[in-house]
Design a protein around this ligand. Structure first.
Ligand code: ZN
Length: 236
């Protein structure tokens, strides 16, 4: 394997390549974000560079997909006795018919009571409403804390939006708007902070090149450990 890299719109794409007896050139992106090019014997390095540049935006898309992906857990059923996560801890669902519509987190349980017959169709929106309320509170606090820690000069505090996202924990727009996945409220606090800091660093460096990870390491020296924990959590 030979190592090389190209820079595309200020984004560095490091890759390694190998020539072998094959007919076509193929580019692969692995879950550890490495990029490997396999090319026919006799392909010269500038041809390989051209191909990596050509596929550059695709490579970056795959990187994003591998990097921050939310849990692939069994679909929740929203029935009594089922375990639901909140900030990294599991709480057993207790469902009650009668009284006010409410959700309370008490002594290892999530108590849901509803005026209507508490079918999963009724429990799900009640619980999601509760998660959303908690997410607003917790994410806002974590963003303020991380923003203070990052001490970016000349950067305004970004606006925060909470959304349901299928493939990502968070995203950041060039206008300094941070979107966080509602599901992130289920992850441990140190992982929430990892995603928040990650998106904050994107305000300075949009891509995932070495510059980006150096910035992460500066503001969050243990980011790799947090990233690993988030992956572990997502695997639940
Ligand atoms: Zn990112």
């Amino acid at each position: 394997m030979t190592h090389d890299s190209v820079t595309l719109d200020r984004v560095e794409i490091p890759y390694s390549y190998k020539l072998s007896k094959r007919r076509t050139l193929a580019i692969q992106v692995y879950p550890d974000l490495t990029v490997v090019v396999r090319a026919p014997l006799g392909t010269n390095t500038s041809e390989i560079r051209q191909q990596v540049i050509k596929r550059g935006s695709w490579i970056q898309k795959v990187w994003q997909k591998f990097e921050l992906n939310p849990p692939k857990q069994a679909p929740l059923r929203y029935v009594g006795g089922e375990n639901h996560f909140y900030m990294g801890r599991q709480y057993r669902l207790r469902i009650e018919h009668g009284g006010e519509d409410s959700v309370k987190c008490l002594r290892g349980h999530l108590h849901v009571s509803s005026r209507q017959e508490p079918s999963p169709e009724v429990v799900k929106p009640l619980l999601e409403g509760w998660y959303r309320e908690r997410a607003h509170h917790v994410f806002r606090e974590r963003l303020a804390e991380c923003f203070k820690g990052a001490s970016f000069k000349g950067v305004e505090s970004p606006s925060l939006h909470i959304r349901k996202m299928k493939t990502r924990w968070g995203s950041c727009s060039s206008k300094g708007r941070i979107n966080l996945n509602l599901e992130l409220i289920k992850a441990p606090k140190e992982c929430i902070d990892y995603v928040v800091m990650h998106e904050l660093c994107h305000i300075k460096v949009p891509s995932h090149g070495p510059k980006f990870w150096r910035l992460m390491a500066k503001f969050m020296p243990d980011y790799e450990e947090r990233k690993r924990r988030l992956k572990e959590f997502a695997g639940v």
